[in-house]
Design a protein around this ligand. Sequence first.
Ligand code: AMP
Length: 374
Amino acid sequence: MIGVLGAGQLGRMLALAGYPLGLRFRFLDAAHEAPVEDLAEFVRADFHDKEALDRFADGLEVVTYEFENVPVDTVERLARRVPVYPPPAALRASQDRLEEKTFFRNLGIPTAPFVPVHSRRELDAALAAFGYPAILKTRRMGYDGKGQHPIRAAAAAEQAWQALGEPAALAAGLDVILEGFVRFDREVSQLAVRGRDGRMAFYPLVENHHAEGMLRLSLAPAPDASPSLTRLARDYAARVLETLDYVGVLAIEFFQRGEELIANEMAPRVHNSGHWTIEGAVTSQFENHLRAVLGLPLGIADVRRACAMLNIIGDFPDTQSVLSHPGAHLHLYGKKPRPGRKIGHITVCAETMEAVRATVEQLRRSTGGGCIQS
Ligand code: AMP
């Protein structure tokens, strides 16, 4: 029995990958509507509810998480009773943009220029140093583009500060950082997995397209990724995995500029840009995460065929028209549609990336509704 903190679509796909291995799952989350509810044991409770955590931990072999904003205290409490992977240190580093970027920098992994900002005066000094545009971000609880504000010119500084700084964030104990703007060619992510025995496996680099801060489309393997870029991404991921004595799947999102990789953030969990691995890799990220946390041998992370993954956002596409493309696979998460909400994804696999791209275009034309548009 595996315990999972968080009960969203990532948890659901973990469970679906675990059933063929004979595993069972128990989830804990306070969410009103949980995509895992109809397929696993579910404890609906707050992450701070100690009594519920004790009930949850009873009889578990291992605990993992599918949500990186689980309180570190919760994970540490559970770790006194049951092994917890990935290690709490990874969770701590990824929850705070300042710690995360400092961690990357200490490992020699490039990042955007960044500086913590505590006052309007410090903001102005940082803007003078970084130039425009720059991005003001909350240190904690930012995801899918939330908790950040671009500053394109000096006149916009006050508005960003009002939105994220003094009144909103600082009062709630949420410090902010200013980041210099990276003029990147594209965004890529590296998924990697490390077992309890220290062995590692690396998925190919993935090219990611975002809109309004949310991932819309991933292409795997990332077209035209040179062997040296691939080596660099794996080297950076290995440094993170080994430094943290990490166990499980880790995702690092990078900006690519020429042959440089600039780390933006990491997620100590299975990741949206790895959903294509269900059909497109020899072993999916979900299966490899479970193998890792259970101390089982890892599976091969190589790609089988060229793939695209399209997030379904806000509304359902027409199932009939999605499945009329024989290379397309539909995944729905059991969530109610709502504007801006990820409720499923489509994976397209083919022999070549050209064929994949052609199918993606056809899908976008034929399904309509805007839920898989860029
Ligand atoms: P984040 O919430 O940090 O993942 O940022 C969401 C998206 O905003 C990224 O995927 C980028 O497209 C963009 N972005 C964030 N930080 C920067 C930066 N320092 N320079 C340029 N673009 C950025």
